[in-house]
Design a protein around this ligand. Sequence first.
Ligand code: ADP
Ligand code: ASP
Ligand code: MG
Length: 393
Amino acid sequence: MHAPTNIVVQKYGGSSVADAAKIRLVAARVARTVRAGKKVVVVVSAMGKTTNQLIDKARLISASPSRRELDMLLTCGEREAMALLSMAVTEEGLEAISFTGSQAGILTNDRHSGARIVEVRPFRIEDELDRGRVVIVAGFQGVSYRREITTLGRGGSDTTAVALAAALRADYCEICSDVDGIYTADPRVVDAAQLLEAISHDEMLELAAQGAKVLHDSSVEFARRSGIALWARATSKDGGGTRIDFQPERDRQVAGVTGQKQLIRVKVRGGAAVEHALQIIEAASIPLTHLDLEGKELRCWFTIADVPDWTAVKARLEQVLGDDVDFGEEGAVSLVGQGIGSNPALINKARQTAVGAGVPVEAVSVSPLRITLWCEPAMVDPLTRALHAAFCE
Ligand code: ADP
Ligand code: ASP
Ligand code: MG
């Protein structure tokens, strides 16, 4: 723990700034925090569905646009939101200034469309806070050491916020969205999902990595490393929410259930083919979520949203590997909880639950923090509900 700095970082997601009225509500929430005596840095996402719309626009021009040009395009979304929010905060009678990720000192590696933050130099933010201004920062973006504009992957504004909170030694960081915290499952999928008061970094990281998009996984890594107090809260409320930092007392081992519907599976057969496939995957920096390499057979999975130029990468795999490669779309549902993957009784209960729900399970994989059942994408929601009922209700 460090001495209090009185600095607070608040992040508002796309649905919270979807139109002018919502931007005004966010500005009013920011103003209440300032009037309570805090120095406020706000990180903002693109308005509503802007990022998806920009991707659709790019696809009208090219089936496989270059990642660099996509980054140039997508960063416009957050830039629009930051300027409008800065105007709205000014209308609240406060002084505000907006910065792009580059101006805010977010330095990344040189990987387009999935860059990692390597350093944060928040000097300009500190100067403006000292002048009494609210600083609004465009989320999801940074600049590489080659001065290229980069993006942090879908949902990356959460990571901008926590990285800034760590660099500024903020008293806490709030991730504000349309849900009032972390639930035992996506409340849009499971009606009976329950709000968690707290969750450990490890469990939250696993939930995020396995598809719970309520927090970007790297944001949880930053919080764990820096010890920043992290909250997931509703934009429409000033308090409450879920604190991400410790394992609360719980009478069950499972923290939550999460699903992924849009996984691409690549299957490769043959020693030389596997070598070539791994080289192509490395050259394309595909962030794999799972990999299974046994003898001369490779199976690996990734989320389609993480690979915007998948059409081009797939064509390359087909060109080099011919009949030795095939592709499929799969779904996966994961139970997450400390130690559950090493408990055979829980693994069997999960399998039996799927059988009882009439969901064919194609494979099971475990790690200390999770049990993952693989199934058809269309079965992800029914299986999530069945596992939630069996383990969390
Ligand atoms: P934002 O645009 O504010 O970043 P996101 O859409 O990225 O918001 O994340 C919030 C959404 O995450 C919620 O609307 C909810 O449907 C979904 N979600 C998935 N899993 C969970 C969970 N375990 N708890 C809460 N929300 C979840
Ligand atoms: N606007 C970006 C996205 O839609 C980043 C974010 O929302 O965090 O993925
Ligand atoms: Mg998000």
